[in-house]
Design a protein around this ligand. Structure first.
Ligand code: BGC
Length: 719
């Protein structure tokens, strides 16, 4: 439809119909039976007629179900406005890819895009039109359970991933390509900065910091054409994001020019009441619509209060019209007025979902997401070795992660099955050893027995998926004690130990890091997890994952992230014995594994770092070059990382800031000349008055295999 005919349609709608378009409910509400009238609808204070005008439903999936739902809805909707169906398709629909923090370790935008395109294809045939992804929240606190949904602690890398996911979900022709779906970037804004890592908690930061670190990835998603934005649960500068006019109307709409649909997070409009920002539903609705929130997810402040607010003149009906028009435009863009069922197709659903091609992609991506953290001459394994596979994840389907709501553990490849694809099963002894958080002596004994005969012990340890994800905050981020005790006992056997970790956050690896000769971080690897991990353990895939979030030395350091400031009394090797420097008395300042870290089965040697000039004018391009050689015996991939430090800024600058990276694939003995170009634009940052500019002066440029082990050169920006 043209904009004109959408406006005509809007003109035919009653105020009630318009308000209902701004409401999103779960499918159980769309029912006119008595149980619904007296149950869910009554509990939300919703008028039964509103149900057939509700603009959107979340979490209805499956071609058959969604087609039936849309059919019934269209029969009941006076003006024939189709329903828009949204769901959380975070890292796969039924073919599940690694959790985002894992996938990010690939540092591979093509893989991210491909995973999102497959997720879009599978969910489009299942009748879903919009995904609540990507999550572009920057994270620094591994206690927060939702770090697994993020791509990490770096604004630049997060922005690259946000773009890649949007491209994958939406493609280049959302209207014509029904295998794609609209994306919704979330959670706007700064949800990842919850104090103490406790979910939904207060966020407290300056606008400058918000702009510098937290906003870039959301903005990148929008620049890529992302159709929707979701508000966050937290306060931003003391005002709940969902009612924050400065954030939404001034920044998102006016400054960034976002004209798509802004949806609240689940119940977030009503949550302005407990936040202490609204006395009742009416005030919450008023604040949300004033802030520019178009659609209210799963609370009924709009449905209950907007009409009266308009009729009493407190809310301008124009705001409602604008929001409804945006919702109609989205429906139109998805082609729903022409075909309300869009891609939903039971036959194709059978063919596409979990097809070989998708499983193959999941396997490749999961293998590329594994990060080798330690390896003292144990890996790769050899097919002739006898393996004892021990631990609660040895034969567990809980490898999909907490957001894989449409995936099934039964469809996942367990680690045992993966290993059995690489070596004869007679060479694998398997025992659970203990559960995730508790175990018995008999279980431990069985594990010890299973390990007696083995050449290598593979310990499959980790957190149950519900220990991270939404509302999955933890204060102690070590492996559960029972698993550590099992590891200590197995260590006594004096055999090489390989730990494979399944988890959704950077863990404090105390205990296991010393017990194990090799540690492979496998995250929640998804449907093909077992196969992918076996590919890495047996060397069919040379691990190339690099962390995008620091692994703390201990939880007491948190937040610990690579792009922090220096302080006036930085700790150096020379002053480590002095008291009045910025340090802990009992632990190091550095994380156990820094941002960008990850090992390979081969070695990469870096030549001298060179820069093209010692001075850089405002229009100059500085070339940074280094030769990287595969000095080992196996082909492998290296992620060469470029960082910059501004040594004296008007506002102090981070110790290092990622400005670029190259992923290289090198055969043994092969070298590559890696060149990066730096421009003045890349040196800009937000000043105290929020202008975005660079400062003349000295800079360091760093290149290396991770954020810690870099070579450095200096140059001066001259203005
Ligand atoms: C989460 C969102 C999610 C929404 C819908 C909320 O609780 O914070 O990330 O998209 O639920 O399921």
């Amino acid at each position: 439809m043209t904009k004109r005919s959408l406006t005509d349609l809007l003109a035919q709608m009653t105020l009630d119909e318009k308000i209902a378009q701004l409401v999103q409910l779960t499918p159980n509400f769309l029912n006119d039976n008595d149980a619904n009238l007296t149950g869910p609808l009554a509990s939300m204070g919703l008028n039964p007629e509103a149900v057939w005008n509700v603009g959107s439903v979340l979490s209805a999936v499956g071609a058959k179900e969604t087609i039936a739902l849309q059919e019934q809805y269209m029969k009941n909707n006076r003006l024939g406005i189709p329903l828009i169906l949204m769901a959380d398709i975070i890292h796969g629909y039924r073919t599940i890819f690694p959790v985002s923090l894992g996938l990010a370790s690939s540092w591979d935008m093509e893989l991210a895009e491909r995973s999102a395109a497959i997720a879009a294809k599978e969910s489009s045939v299942a009748g879903i039109h919009v995904t609540f992804a990507p999550m572009a929240d920057l994270v620094r606190d591994p206690r927060w359970g939702r770090v697994m949904e993020s791509t990490g602690e770096d604004p630049y890398l997060n922005s690259e991933f946000a773009r890649a996911f949007v491209r994958g979900f939406q493609g280049s022709d959302l209207t014509g390509d029904t295998d794609r779906m609209a994306a919704c970037v979330k959670h706007f804004a700064a949800y990842g900065a919850a104090e103490g890592g406790r979910d939904y908690n207060t966020v407290n930061m300056s606008e400058r910091q918000l702009r510098e670190s937290y906003l870039p990835a959301y903005k990148a998603a929008l620049e890529e054409g992302c159709e929707l934005v979701m508000t966050s649960f937290n306060v931003v500068d003391g005002i709940p994001a969902t009612g924050n006019r400065k954030l939404m109307r001034d920044l998102l709409r006016e400054e960034w020019g976002f004209d798509g649909v802004l949806i609240s997070d689940w119940g977030a409009v009503q949550e302005m009441i407990p936040h202490g920002a609204a006395e009742d539903n009416a005030e919450a609705a008023h604040k949300a619509i004033a802030a520019g929130v178009d659609m209210e997810m799963m609370s009924s402040c709009y449905a209950q209060s907007l009409k009266e607010l308009v009729q009493s003149g407190q809310v301008d009906e124009e705001w409602i019209n604008e929001s409804v028009l945006r919702v109609l435009q989205l429906k139109d863009k998805l082609g729903l007025f022409d075909n309300p069922f869009r891609g939903a197709d039971e036959q194709r659903e059978k063919e596409i979902i979990l097809c070989d091609e998708h499983r193959q992609a999941a396997r490749e991506i999961a293998a590329k997401s594994c990060v080798l953290l330690k390896n003292e001459n144990v890996l790769p394994l050899r097919a002739e070795q006898k393996i004892a596979l021990i631990g609660p994840f040895a034969q567990s389907g809980d490898v999909l992660g907490p957001w894989s709501i449409w995936g099934s553990q039964d469809e996942a490849v367990q680690l045992f099955a993966g290993l059995a694809g690489k070596t004869d099963v007679s060479r694998i002894a398997v025992a659970e050893g203990c559960g995730i958080t508790s175990g018995t002596e008999a279980q431990a004994q069985q594990a010890i027995l299973a390990a007696q005969d083995a050449d290598v012990i593979v310990l499959a340890l980790g957190e149950a998926s519900e220990m991270s994800g939404e509302a999955g905050s933890r204060s102690d981020i070590r492996l559960p004690e029972v698993q550590l005790q099992l590891a200590y006992r197995l260590q006594q056997l004096g055999k090489p130990v390989v730990a494979v970790l399944f988890n959704g956050r950077p863990l404090d690896l105390h205990g296991i890091i010393d017990v194990a000769d090799a540690v492979l971080e496998a995250w929640y690897p998804g449907t093909e997890g077992g196969n992918a991990i076996a590919d890495v353990l047996y060397g069919s895939v040379n691990p190339a994952g690099r962390l995008t979030m620091s692994f703390p030395y201990s939880v007491g350091q948190v937040p610990v992230y690579y792009n922090s400031y220096n302080t006036g009394r930085p700790l150096t090797p020379a002053n480590a014995d002095q008291r009045y420097v910025s340090k802990y008395l009992d632990i190091p300042n550095a994380p156990l594994f820094p941002f960008g870290f990850g090992l390979s089965y081969t070695e990469f040697a870096y030549g001298d770092l060179a820069i093209s000039a010692a001075e850089m004018g405002e229009t100059d391009k500085l070339t940074v070059s280094v030769q990287v050689t595969n000095a080992g015996k196996t082909a492998g991939e290296e992620v060469v990382q470029l960082y910059v430090r501004d040594l004296a800024g008007e506002v102090v600058r981070p110790l290092k800031e990622l400005k670029g990276y190259r992923k290289l694939k090198l055969e043994p003995g092969e070298s590559a000349d890696v060149q990066f170009t730096l421009t003045e634009e890349q040196l800009r940052y937000y000043h105290s008055d929020l202008t975005f500019a660079s400062d003349a002066g000295l800079f360091e440029v760093h290149v290396g295999p991770n954020s810690r082990d870099t070579a450095v050169q200096t140059f001066r920006l001259v203005k």
